[in-house]
Design a protein around this ligand. Structure first.
Ligand code: SF4
Length: 314
């Protein structure tokens, strides 16, 4: 009988071990039962890994040590991370490496589009490292990726998930002009914890992003995501959801924060699935058109299905 791998993977059970960089996963920690995940293995996962490896484009699935990698890659879904794999910011929740990044790869839009076509993605989520070193913070390169993807995959819907661009209207406008279907920017955590967890970000600056998007393109779908388990209170979560709705955010994801390594912010609390259900219901009452809330929910987790659900809800 095949051994069933679980998350977090040990070196011996990581299904990606022959195609991924050396594992930086922390040692196995005691997790509540609802966070112990059985990972599928097999041909589709391997085929996704091969396409990703050949593309030369980074994925947030790998760089952020996403717990859903086995499941998503087995479903031939991956989220590419453009503008390199080195970030100019050092968020305390994020496993993406911080260092001086290289110049953007001018061929990355083609590489990205070819990989998305090879995977047959019908809804493409593109994220990026923060590029505070570039005059336009990478907005022009991001827009070229969206435009190239449209040419290669004309029927695919496209969701962009950039950093905040310091809420610079001209950068956000550049990306909006490429007409993605969804403009996503994660608030990540509540106001009080933002300076601790995202020291180079600002809570109210992140709230400006959907506001600016809506002012530029009123019918653009906006989305944001919140991690919980960092020490926030229930009232602070409610205040964040209210602030996001007030900023014009249409779609929301809420997921459990998981510490990617002992050097990252510790988990203050594991929320139970029923608590996610209750938060999801509250968010819907606040007026979000589409909400995904659950322990393993991430911005791009089942993003195609969430976008479908938004379309059918009206
Ligand atoms: S949830 Fe997103 S980042 Fe995580 S494995 Fe799935 S596609 Fe990749």
């Amino acid at each position: 009988m095949l051994e069933e791998p679980t998350w977090p993977p040990t070196e011996a059970t990581d299904p990606m071990e022959s195609t991924s960089p050396p594992s930086r996963h922390p040692p196995q920690r005691r997790l509540p039962p609802w966070l112990r995940k059985t990972l599928p293995a097999g041909g589709e996962l391997r085929r996704t890994a091969d396409i990703v490896a050949r593309s030369g484009v980074a994925t947030v699935c790998q760089e952020a040590h996403c717990p859903n990698q086995g499941e998503c890659w087995s479903r031939r879904t991956a989220t590419f991370m453009i503008l390199g794999d080195l970030c100019t910011r050092r968020c305390r929740f994020c496993a993406v490496a911080t260092a001086r990044p290289k110049a953007p790869d001018a061929n990355e839009p083609e590489k990205l589009a070819e990989a998305c076509a090879a995977l047959g993605l019908r809804h493409v989520v593109i994220t990026a490292v923060a590029r505070d070193d570039l005059p336009d913070e990478g907005a022009g390169h991001f827009a070229r990726c969206v435009e190239t993807l449209r040419r290669h995959c004309p029927t695919a819907t496209i969701e962009v998930l950039p950093a905040d661009f310091h809420a610079r209207r001209e950068c956000i406008e550049t990306l909006c002009q490429a007409r993605p279907d969804v403009y996503n920017h994660n608030i990540e955590t509540v106001e009080r914890l933002t300076p601790i967890v995202r020291p180079q970000a600002k809570y109210h600056r992140s709230l400006e992003v959907p506001r600016i998007v809506k002012s530029l393109v009123p019918d653009m779908t906006t989305k944001s995501g919140l991690m919980i388990g960092l020490g926030e209170t229930h009232d602070e979560i409610l205040a964040t959801l209210t602030d996001l709705r007030g900023a014009g955010c249409d779609m929301l994801t809420i997921g459990q924060y998981l510490q990617p390594s002992p050097a990252h912010a510790p988990v203050a609390r594991y929320y139970e699935p029923a608590e996610f259900d209750a938060l999801g219901a509250t968010a819907r009452e606040l007026g979000f058109a589409q909400v995904a809330a659950g322990p393993f929910v991430r911005s791009s987790y089942h993003a195609a299905e969430d976008f479908d659900a938004l379309a059918t809800s009206g």
